[in-house]
Design a protein around this ligand. Structure first.
Ligand code: SME
Length: 202
C-alpha cells in the first residue's frame, strides 16, 4: 500500500472510537522499522491531520475542520544550540520548540519556565496531563498562533522510566469550531501519544 493511503478512512468507520482505533493501527504500521523521532512525528502529524480531514465528524464541514496538528518538543531534543535563537537568550529559560506539524505556520517556541509559562501546551507539559479546551477565548493565557482556532486539545508525551517519568513534549490539535474535541478524541490521542513515545529512540 502506498504510504499516503494510510490516511484514507473507510466508510465503515462511523464513531470516534472506531476512527481513533483505525488511526492507531495505521500509525503502528507506519512506525514499523523506524525509530527516528523526527521521521515518526512527521508522519504522525500528517496521518492524524489528513485522516481527520477524511472523517465526516471533522472533514465534511469546513467550519469544523481541524486546522493544525503537530508537536512541540523540549528544546533538549533539537541538535542546534538551544540558545542560538535571539528569542531565547536567557539560559534559565526552558522552552518547547516547534516540531513536525501539519497546518499553517505556528509559534516557534513556547516558554515552559516555572513562573513564566503560559498557554495550553505549557500547562499540559508542566502538569503532565491532557488539556481539553472547548473554547480558547475562555482559556486564560491561551497562545493564539492562528486567530481562526476556536478549540484545542493537547496531550503530553511522557517517557516512563524506572528512575522517573520524563516529559518530552506535547501533541497539539486545533479546531475551527468551538467544542471541536471531546473525551473520545482526548482518549484516542493519548493512546497515540503512548504509541509514539514507545516507538522512538529519545
Ligand atoms: N495554542 C497553543 C499554542 C500552539 S498553537 O495552537 C499551534 C497554546 O496555547 O499553547
Amino acid at each position: 500500500m502506498p504510504h499516503a493511503d494510510s490516511s484514507l478512512v473507510p466508510e465503515s468507520i462511523k464513531t470516534k472510537t472506531e476512527f481513533w482505533n483505525h488511526v492507531y493501527d495505521q500509525l503502528n504500521s507506519l512506525l514499523d522499522g523506524q525509530r527516528s523521532w523526527v521521521t515518526n512525528l512527521a508522519n504522525a502529524s500528517s496521518l492524524i491531520y489528513n485522516s481527520l480531514a477524511a472523517f465526516p465528524a471533522f472533514g465534511t464541514d469546513p467550519t469544523r475542520a481541524v486546522n493544525w496538528c503537530g508537536f512541540y518538543l523540549d528544546a533538549l531534543f533539537f541538535p542546534s544550540p538551544r540558545f542560538s535563537t535571539h528569542a531565547v537568550s536567557d539560559p534559565q529559560t526552558d522552552v518547547l520548540l516547534l516540531g513536525p506539524f501539519c497546518g499553517k505556520p505556528a509559534c516557534q517556541f513556547i516558554n515552559v519556565t516555572p513562573g513564566k509559562a503560559r498557554g495550553v501546551c505549557a500547562n499540559a507539559f508542566i502538569r503532565r496531563e491532557s488539556v481539553l479546551v472547548p473554547d480558547v477565548d475562555e482559556y486564560p493565557g491561551h497562545i493564539a498562533c492562528d486567530g481562526d482556532t476556536k478549540s484545542e486539545v493537547v496531550c503530553p508525551l511522557i517517557l516512563r522510566r524506572p528512575e522517573g517519568d520524563i516529559a518530552l513534549g506535547v501533541l497539539d490539535l486545533d479546531c475551527l469550531a468551538v467544542g471541536g474535541f471531546d473525551a473520545d478524541d482526548k482518549a484516542g490521542l493519548e493512546e497515540i501519544a503512548h504509541l509514539l513515545v514507545a516507538a522512538c529512540d529519545w
